[in-house]
Design a binder for this molecule. Structure first.
Ligand code: ZN
Length: 259
C-alpha cells in the first residue's frame, strides 16, 4: 500500500483531541467520494478537504478516516479509528473511506486496489466483522456515485477499469469472444428490437456506434430516446438496404457494429 501519513501531507492539528471509536462498537465501513468531476487529486485535494471541513464546516478535523486517490495512493485522514465526521449518526461505529474522485464513473484499477487494501486492512484489524456500505445507504445522498456504489455492493473486488483513466493492458482484449457476444446480442434483437424507450448497455453500444459514424444520437446515456431514434433512421437510410424504421433489429445491429 502506498500510504501517506498526516505529517507527510501537511495536516493541521485537530481543534480538539480525537475521540476514539470503541472497538466493540465498530460495525462497518462507509464508502464516500468527493463527487467532484475532474477535481484536484493528491495532497492538494486532501488539504482542500481539510480546509473545507475545518474552516467552512467548522469541524474538528478532516472528516474521513482514509482517502484513496485515483492513482491508488492511500492518505491518512482523521486518524484510523478516530470518530470521524463524514457519516452523520454513524461516526461512532464506522470507519469512513473517501475516494478522491467522481464515483459515478469507473475507477482506475489502482484506485480500486487502494480502496480494497484499506478494506482488507480494516477487516483484518476487526476480525472480518465489518459490513461495507455506501454513504447513500445511511443518508439521503447520491454519494459515493453509481459506479463506485455498485462496485462496493458487488463485494469491492478488483475489476479492470471499464473506460477509466487507466486500462489494464496486461490482458489483451479477446476480440473473438467479444464478436461472438455481440453477434448473440444481435440474434436476440431479431425477436425484440431496441426501440424508443429501450434502456441499457446495448442501447449504449448503439449510441456509441452511431457517434463513431458521426451521427449524433443525443446523450450517450443508454436511454433510447427521440434523438437516438432519429439517428438510427438516418443510419438506416444511409445504408440503403435497411428499412428506416428507427428500430435496431438484428440486421441494423450487425450493420452498425460489424460494417
Ligand atoms: Zn459521502
Amino acid at each position: 500500500m502506498k500510504f501517506v501519513t498526516r505529517q507527510e501531507w501537511g495536516a493541521t492539528a485537530p481543534k480538539k483531541p480525537w475521540t476514539w471509536i470503541t472497538p466493540s462498537r465498530i460495525e462497518g465501513i462507509v464508502i464516500h467520494h468527493s463527487g467532484v468531476e475532474g477535481g484536484p487529486t493528491g495532497k492538494d485535494a486532501v488539504r482542500a478537504f481539510e480546509r473545507h471541513h475545518m474552516n467552512t464546516r467548522g469541524w474538528s478535523s478532516i472528516a474521513y478516516n482514509w482517502l484513496v486517490d485515483v492513482d491508488g495512493t492511500v492518505y491518512e485522514g482523521r486518524a484510523q479509528s478516530a470518530v470521524g465526521g463524514a457519516t452523520k449518526g454513524w461516526n461512532f461505529k464506522t470507519e469512513a473511506i473517501s475516494y478522491i474522485g467522481y464515483g459515478f464513473e469507473p475507477l482506475t484499477l489502482e484506485a480500486q486496489q487502494g480502496i480494497k487494501q484499506v478494506i482488507d486492512y480494516l477487516q483484518h484489524k476487526y476480525k472480518n466483522s465489518l459490513w461495507i456500505k455506501g454513504h447513500r445507504d445511511l443518508a439521503n445522498t447520491s454519494c459515493p456515485g453509481d459506479w463506485l456504489y455498485d462496485w462496493v455492493m458487488a463485494g469491492a473486488k478488483e475489476v479492470a477499469a471499464a473506460g477509466g483513466v487507466t486500462q489494464d493492458d496486461t490482458k489483451p482484449v479477446d476480440w473473438e469472444e467479444l464478436i461472438r457476444y455481440l453477434r448473440n446480442v444481435g440474434k436476440g434483437l431479431a425477436k425484440k428490437p431496441l426501440k424508443r424507450g429501450s434502456r441499457g448497455k446495448n442501447v449504449l453500444a448503439v449510441q456509441d456506434a452511431l457517434k463513431k459514424r458521426d451521427i449524433d444520437p443525443g446523450p450517450i446515456d443508454g436511454i433510447f430516446g427521440f434523438k437516438t431514434k432519429k439517428a438510427v433512421q438516418k443510419f438506416q437510410l444511409n445504408q440503403g438496404f435497411l428499412k428506416p424504421n428507427g428500430r435496431v433489429d438484428e440486421r441494423t445491429w450487425d450493420a452498425l457494429l460489424f460494417r
